[in-house]
Design a protein around this ligand. Structure first.
Ligand SMILES: NC(=O)c1ccc[n+]([C@@H]2O[C@H](COP(=O)([O-])OP(=O)(O)OC[C@H]3O[C@@H](n4cnc5c(N)ncnc54)[C@H](O)[C@@H]3O)[C@@H](O)[C@H]2O)c1
Length: 287
């Protein structure tokens, strides 16, 4: 908004911080094109943010949202996760923990391989579409589930999204293919296909963990918000030397949040001795 509709309010803005994956991608694109008007700290890219909030937060709260909306029994079901990034990993591991057989779709070969070696079945969405009972997109991309997938889905399939708002599922295509739709429960819309199959769309394709559950628990958001607060402080202190681009959260700040979190959990860890520090930093010993 500051870059388009309210450029009049840009005066005096010294910088910004960005919470989420998609936001950081957009801001990086703006920096690349030279249109970013102030420096950004990419809070999402801090280890203490995406490794925890995206993975454990989204993982748990997405399952929570799907269950609250549907009361569906995950045990024994076939659960398709589109995207094996940080959110996808969390979601896949939680769905597996609930007894589902988890199928992964990816476009990145390394992530796909990682999913294979984590013990998941990996395949194209065209193939998964015919097998899955529940589908959840967490890619940050658009039209990840579309017409060709809806065509192959089983009767009663459940589709939802927990990634980047309501474009990950091609809802206009679903609307076109359906002969009618009705709301069967809060947050569940049942689309009747012309061949008689039903497909259940949850929460209008919006982030299901926010639609029908409560988002992430505070005990993981505390780390993200600590990163936010400390990044704002960093921006206030350093903005004069920063350029109009996207910066990572400084590593010492990131580690500080991890240390604070451990402390709040009453967990103590070891520290490197001076001898160990020297050994790790040097090259003359152990080569
Ligand atoms: N629901 C929430 O509360 C919540 C929380 C954090 C992040 N998010 C959002 O979730 C999305 C994913 O975040 P992330 O941190 O996991 O990102 P990420 O970049 O780690 O992972 C996204 C993955 O999706 C894959 N992908 C892209 N297009 C695909 C396609 N067509 N089919 C299959 N896979 C595809 C990418 O290769 C990547 O591995 C982002 O939009 C982010 O903003 C939501």
């Amino acid at each position: 908004v500051l870059h388009t509709k309210r450029t009049d309010a840009l005066d005096g803005v010294i910088g910004g911080t960005e919470e989420t994956t998609t936001g950081v991608m957009r801001l990086r694109a703006m920096a690349r094109e030279g249109v970013l008007r102030y420096p950004i700290v990419a809070v999402n890219d801090a280890d203490t943010k995406h490794l925890f909030d995206n993975r454990y937060g989204t993982g748990q709260s997405t399952i929570d949202g799907i269950i609250r909306a549907t009361n569906f029994l995950l045990a024994g079901s076939k659960f398709v996760v589109a995207g094996y990034g940080w959110c996808g990993r969390g979601l896949a591991s939680r769905a597996r923990g609930a007894g589902a057989e988890v199928l992964i779709t990816e476009v990145d070969p390394t992530k796909a391989l990682e999913a294979v070696m984590d013990g998941f079945r990996v395949m194209s969405m065209n193939e998964a579409a015919t097998i899955g009972d529940v589908f959840c997109t967490v890619t940050g991309n658009k039209n990840v589930l579309g017409k060709e997938h809806f065509e192959g889905m089983k009767n009663g399939a459940i589709i939802c999204n927990s990634g980047h708002f309501n474009v990950e599922i091609d809802i206009p295509a679903l609307e076109k293919m359906a002969s009618s739709k009705r709301t069967t429960r809060s947050f569940v819309e049942e689309y009747s296909m012309k061949d008689g199959r039903k497909i259940n769309l949850l929460g209008e394709g919006r982030l299901i963990n926010l639609v029908s559950a409560e988002g992430h628990p505070p005990s993981v958001m505390d780390m993200s918000f600590a990163d936010q607060a400390l990044s704002v402080e960093y921006m206030v202190k350093n903005h004069q030397s920063l350029e109009r681009t996207v910066y990572r959260v400084p590593a010492d700040l990131d580690k500080r949040v991890a240390r604070l979190k451990l402390e709040s959990m009453g967990i103590k860890i070891d520290r490197l001795t001076p001898e160990q520090e020297e050994y790790l930093a040097g090259w003359s010993e152990g080569t």
